[in-house]
Design a protein around this ligand. Sequence first.
Ligand SMILES: *Cc1c(COP(=O)(O)O)cnc(C)c1O
Length: 513
Amino acid sequence: MSDHGTLTPEKSPVAAQLDKRRREGTVFDQKSSGRRGVFLPALDVPEADPAKAFGAQFRPEVEGEVELSEVDVVRHFTRLSQMNFAIDTALYSLGSCTMKHNPRINEETARYPGFSDVHPYTAPHLVQGCLELLYRLEECLKVLTGFERVTLQPSAGANGELTGALMIRAAHQKAGDARKWVLVPDSAHGTNPATAHFAGYQVKELTSSSRGTLDLGELESKLTGDVAALMITVPNTLGVFEENILTITEMVHAKGAYVYLDGANFNAFVGKVRPADLGADVMHMNLHKTFSTPHGGGGPGAGPVGVVSRLVPFLPTPTVERQGDMYYLDENRPSSIGRMRTFFGNYGVLVRALTYILSYGSQIHQVAENAVLNANYIRKKLEPFYHLKYDAPSYHEVVFSDKAQTAKGVHNIDIAKRLMDYGFHPPTMSFPLIVPGALMIEPTESEPIEEMDAFIDAMIAIAKEADETPDLVRGAPHTTVIGRLDEAAAAREASKAGSFAPGLRAPAGVKSV
Ligand SMILES: *Cc1c(COP(=O)(O)O)cnc(C)c1O
């Protein structure tokens, strides 16, 4: 009798693969076998001393350690890659991050040698095509937002926020009225108050209404003459549209303050509404969210900032200008806040964004329509199983909580971990802060209905497990290579080491947390 007759779930090929991955280790843990990837012809020149040839880069302690064939190396790294999760694997429900499919045509254009092989110090008259791309992307973003100008320099949303806040500060200072406060709703992304502080302001928090939106009475009471700006997110981080936005922007302008619109959620209304028409004076867009670009694991991004005409003099330098058929960089802008980023920003992300915008053309509103449709589909199907703190209509994302599950001792982190067993990336957890036990789900417009149904089925199955077998959920994940991490220990170690990398010190006034 052969062993094949006794295949149990624990001995299945899938389990065997998982077991193998759990033992994978690093490349140095691979058995040194005397194999090699390449066989070179016998030496016909004198042998050089590697320590001399490579200098400090030579590491004698690893010489001869790893001897593997090409197939060993490829399989090792492929197995490592399979321990990760990617948008190319399945629905990536991480709300607020807009983890959508990245069309491959973007990758094709970003790799054109005329874009990817250019040295950033090349003289402008030799890279006219590269400058034209920047010019045209700015034009597209102007059409979509209604702003007078857009800077493409900032590297991410947070960098865009700082750019906007510094422009607001420069404008107030130039008017001889520096002002002191920035108002930020309690539902805001953490980068908003951090940005205001970094730009030298103090922050006043606005308590949200019972609908999760800005409370007009609260705004009225805190909107004093020394408020520099209101930072507002539309739709906000609960996925709820600020229905009083026109009144809000009028109130802020009447006090001589600016409206900073956090446009990270532009994917919810791109092509439908121009933010400048809502009364925003300055707004950043996260190109890596609304206009695609693979951005998991920390990079790369781009956070262009649009401004109304009053703020144009303060834009970072250089701006890209056109005279006849020639494009040039304008450094001569006396009121500019200066540079926010080296060279031209994250150029590859800008190429991808323009490709994405031109691929949709006049149909770009479909992005917003489908993002909103998908989020509401998931909301409706999961409403009977998960608690919704704010009942206002959803836009591109929906924020549930673990309130219905906590009676059985199951919390949002358990639900998130269990979802990994079902093959999905967990939702964003515990954000926004005004929803205890938050589970923030953003399917994006690129998910097909079958994939959303599979995700919904998994979430419903977990709700049932939480009721019937809560220990199973609390012990999750059960099928991943690495199980539950000791988050308390991780936080302790991180606070011991400080949250800044070795050698980096916190800027003055910023507490390491
Ligand atoms: C993502 C996000 C940001 C920050 O953008 P980064 O590109 O990650 O720096 C700011 N505000 C909101 C609402 C966001 O979702």
